[in-house]
Design a protein around this ligand. Sequence first.
Ligand SMILES: [Zn+2]
Length: 609
Amino acid sequence: MIPLRSLSLFFCFTICATLTLISNIQGQSSSPPVPPGWQTYTERTDYRDTPRYNETIEFSRRLAASSNTIRFTSFGRSPQNRALPLLVAAKGDAFTPQAARKRNKVVVLVQACIHAGESDGKDAGLALLRDIGITKTRESLLDRIVLLFIPIYNTDGHERFSPYNRINQNGPRAMGWRANSTNLNLNRDYMKADAPETQAWLRLWNEWSPDLFIDCHTTDGADFRYNVTYQFEGYENVSPSVGRWMREVFERRVVPAVESEGNLLAPYLTLRDGRDPAKGLEGFIATPRFATGYAAMRNRPGLLIETHSLKNYRSRVRGTYDVLRRTLEEINRAPEELLRLARESDEETINLARQTAPSKRIALSVELTDKSVPFEFKGVEYRRESSEVSGQMRLIYGAKPLDLNVPFFNEAKAKVTVAVPRYYVVPPQWTEVIDRIQWHGIEFERLREELTIDVESYRFSEVRFSPNSFEGRVLPVYKVAAVRERRTFSSGSIVIETAQRGARVLMSLLEPEAPDSLLAWGFFNPVFEQKEYAEDYVLERIAREMMEKDENLRREFNQRVANDPKFAANPRERLRFFFDRSSYRDEQLNLYPVARVESEIDPRLLMKQ
Ligand SMILES: [Zn+2]
């Protein structure tokens, strides 16, 4: 498409094309020489293909059989009954959580293929473990670390293999599917834990309590020159030390080291306006439904790696390899920092409940502010033109590099805060909720007998339901008002003390205004449903009796009819006016069954779980 008159342009294009070609071969670090037979499947295919589940398991078993620093096991089974694979790499005998702690090792959990079409992390991790356990060129990475690697987390989605599963992605030639076999996105399931894979993952986490978590993905979205982007939580909704290590160590030390390998890195960013990069970039906030948002809620740094979908597969796999290798190297340089961070965050969280106001409040959610910092965005040239297909402006990316100085909106502030109560009490009938509290590793006791106590809880109003189901659930939308009352709990109710390291997860599960609370995910939907109804002719009679007894009520009703045309025109609402003020109303409608308790609960009333 180059016009003749722009020959000079042609030359400059060639130079730029070469530059672009150069940019496309970022992340070209390569593993030290690999003995025959030990190339990974992807290396053997020169990064055109990625292995299926069976090939991955076969290679993992070979690694374990041929190395005394790698063990192959599984941490659960998928809905289609595939073993969820786990490779444990360690020196000496540190292959169990207890031995790892005894040897003062840093435990790092790396997972790949939660979105099974994004296989870069799998192929990078298998190459790294080969270099650790077989060629031993990276064996020193295990000096102070126990590495847990999940090569394929979403095993069933992985085997729904097709060349058409990732429309925005440049290689491999075929790959797995994003969701699991019940079409749930596992990277939205961390709090509600509906998927068996998530429940197995939570058991693994509770067993090992990793000090650092890394989740490997591939982007969708804009074109730019970075082959790797990354993200971590560090706002005021997580324990302060969690973000500190990522900012001070990962960003200051690991990122430059990875770039020295020929990669180009940037924070995970989205265009503020999807059709105009010049409008600036926004940071991403991972609520706890996301893997890395969840890790942060468990007081541990979580690193999200998002390689750039348009880069070639080699550049993405080697870029991921370099991030993993350099991060582990950095931990070995100063392992105590991460171990101390984990202790500090747990202590800080346990002490939350013991604080006095106002430091007794935590942020349940944060939101980006309109503050921005200048950011030199390493993009590619683009133009916008109106499209006869969509009828909107379309973005057309070119090949030439283009640096843009744009605002980067990456600052966030607390959106909703709440005081940390001494206890939560959950009645025994909410079994699905109690199961999840247990699966998240939260400690609790049960009431031996009935207990009546002063509580704070919530009443909801303006309740609506989302028109479509999301991740298999119908999500309610509601307004929240605090209520204080005396409430009786039956024996078997669970009593959860908040002075525990799981307090942030606990409050994110039980506080209605938390973005991923079980209420927000629809676990309490029945409390929004009216069960008993009055026949109109019955209510007509009761309404008259009520107005005869209560002149104020009659005045209030008449005023409402006179001043509120919408109410006046709605027979249902006019009758409901009386029903809601009658003794027949359902006191518990729109009332939150979970309570917050401040006063001491007699330990003799409680039985351990
Ligand atoms: Zn993903």
